[in-house]
Design a protein around this ligand. Sequence first.
Ligand code: GN1
Ligand code: MG
Length: 380
Amino acid sequence: MIKETFTNNFIEDICREFGIEGDFKYFETLTNGHINTSFKVYFYRDGEMKDYCLQRINSYVFKNPQAVMENISNVTEYIRDKIKATGVTAKRSVLHFQSATSGKYYYVGPNGGFWRCSRYIDGSETYNETDNLGIIEETGRAFGDFQLKLADFPVKKLNITIPHFHNTIMRYEAFGEAVKNDEAHRAGGVEAEIGQYRALEETATEMYKMQRRGELPLKVTHNDTKCNNVLFDKITGEYLCVIDLDTVMPGLVGHDFGDAIRFAANFVEEDCDHPEKAGVNLNIFWAFAEGFLKKTAASLTKTEVDTLALSCFALTCELATRFLADYIVGDKYFKVKKPQHNLVRTRCQVALAKDMLNKMDAMNAIVQDCARRYKETENA
Ligand code: GN1
Ligand code: MG
């Protein structure tokens, strides 16, 4: 675990490259994400404090950060135009990136660091975890609305920034390779987890096989639908916009539904070191499904609806492989905050996946009920 340190001068200089004016005040390091390095930076200008989100994109994960920024600017501009066309301001409903002096939405800094900068949306807040069903339903609406707004966006225009991101079969293969090569000499200590994980393979890869057979349509998906990627209005509690657009790519509706449930409906945090406490809270599942399907049900095929419950299991297993493979290769992809962090995450995800298998019928019944009620009421 190498801890990088950044000085005030360094952070201020990068911000100036994005044309930010005013007195630099201070910055905070944001530690939520597992991939990028993120800061909240404060400037004082025109009698008030202005805050920005400055990020260095992880180029081990995103091999072509320009392509990431191209996707993000295309998608945000599309949403902005759509909102403006209704005569409403888009100021708080979509992210706004600062352009650098080059005119691009990124700046290549010292040592090749790839930076971007966006304004914090005024009066907004996020929830890392919550069991407030109103907030969860609103989260479902936010991600559903994101899909709805991009339903006619030309999918082919999107760059594939991480190839095979949700190819569960390839994820299993990569995991097999990691075990075989055993680069960090860790595979011997996790034979139980490897075995448990392999036992889930058949069901975990079912959705991907359906995708490969053309049974599920490709859409514009967010692909990282954690509840903390939605901004809420501090006063009204309504969602404002969806953030963290790095992985916006062509995908399945289940990728967004499944990943959201994996994160928000778990009884415990993603990296809880008491895996026996992990499991799906069906009340949260229901609340999210209500919000998400209110927005999307009218546009879904029967097969899409029928695979939403399965998608939760698939996405949870897939992430478990990714965590376990990363543990075995020596923690190269996900940031870790403690030794064995990726193994702790794996155990929690495997336990959650097993609970999902037990509750599959209940999850499916909830999805079918919401879909039936909301089929006729697009954009509720
Ligand atoms: C990573 O760093 P964050 O939270 O934005 C990962 C997601 C995982 C998630 C698990 C590009 O997202 O796929 O689901 O961690 N992002 C990438 O917490 O791999
Ligand atoms: Mg992300």
